[in-house]
Design a protein around this ligand. Structure first.
Ligand code: FPP
Length: 246
């Protein structure tokens, strides 16, 4: 974990920052716009966030782009989101490559439209050898479904005789998550003011610090990330143990 002293305050850099990109619809509605316009603007906020995270030395960012529950939205919004994620990804690919970033994907991709699946595969392959920032894009992602999928993989191995039930530890379980080789979430940021985790990275956020910001996601600016990191730096993380002076 990085640690830098600025203006008297010790800054502790989280390794993995996850974001629930909320408030796009409200941002649009307050401007008399269609909800989809909020998502379009949210795409640029995602770009600002990823750039800011990389510049600050954060290792992994996870973005909640589409949840397993978002299918219940109107068909037009779902279609627009699928197209937007595909277009945004392909448009950002050159910069991701230039900056040495690596795209990882979390979620049930087999249920996504073919053009989006293909864009995800293209971006994954093009960045597979990069060792800079990891962008974990969560699409058709649900925390509960991820745990179910992990349990199914484990059960299959047990049935096939490749794994003993007694050997299923938290470490072994974690190896069956969608992207097993990234550190747990240190800091979970939720814009839009709501105080809930909405089925996001349920396993990975076990000891994450939660940071809520009132601003809607399309209004995200790099200073918000700095404020979140400053706040995170003041937290005393105990991971179920005791603080050093207790
Ligand atoms: C939640 O806001 C936001 C979403 C369901 C979609 C977020 C997706 C993007 C911003 C696209 C980003 C693309 C890439 C490739 C990173 P909401 O609609 O629930 O807002 P509300 O709570 O105000 O209604």
């Amino acid at each position: 974990m990085g640690s830098v002293a600025t203006s008297g305050q010790e800054i502790v850099l989280p390794r993995h920052v996850a974001v629930i990109m909320d408030g796009n619809g409200r941002w649009a509605r307050e401007r008399g716009l269609d909800r989809v316009e909020g998502h379009r603007e949210g795409r640029y906020a995602a770009r600002r966030f990823v750039r800011a995270a990389r510049e600050r030395g954060i290792e992994v960012v996870s973005l909640y782009a589409f949840s397993t529950e978002n299918w219940s939205r109107p068909e037009s919004e779902v279609e627009a989101l699928m197209g937007l994620i595909e277009t945004a990804l392909l448009a950002e690919l050159e910069e991701l490559c230039e900056r040495g970033a690596r795209l990882r994907v979390s979620g049930r991709r087999e249920e996504l439209p073919a053009p989006l699946r293909s864009a995800l595969a293209t971006a994954e392959q093009a960045t597979a050898e990069n060792d800079g920032l990891v962008l974990n894009l969560c699409v058709n992602y649900g925390g509960q479904v991820e745990l179910v999928d992990a349990a199914k993989k484990i059960a299959s191995k047990v049935v096939a005789g490749g794994l003993d039930v007694e050997d299923v530890t938290p470490e072994v379980f974690a190896q069956h998550l969608y992207v097993p080789d990234i550190p747990p979430v240190d800091l979970l940021i939720r814009p839009g003011g709501d105080l809930r985790v909405s089925n996001f990275l349920l396993w990975q956020i076990a000891y994450a610090e939660f940071y809520s910001m009132a601003e809607y996601w399309p209004d995200f600016q790099p200073e918000h990330l700095d404020r979140a990191i400053e706040d995170y730096s003041r937290r005393q993380r105990r991971f179920g143990g005791l603080a050093l002076d207790e």
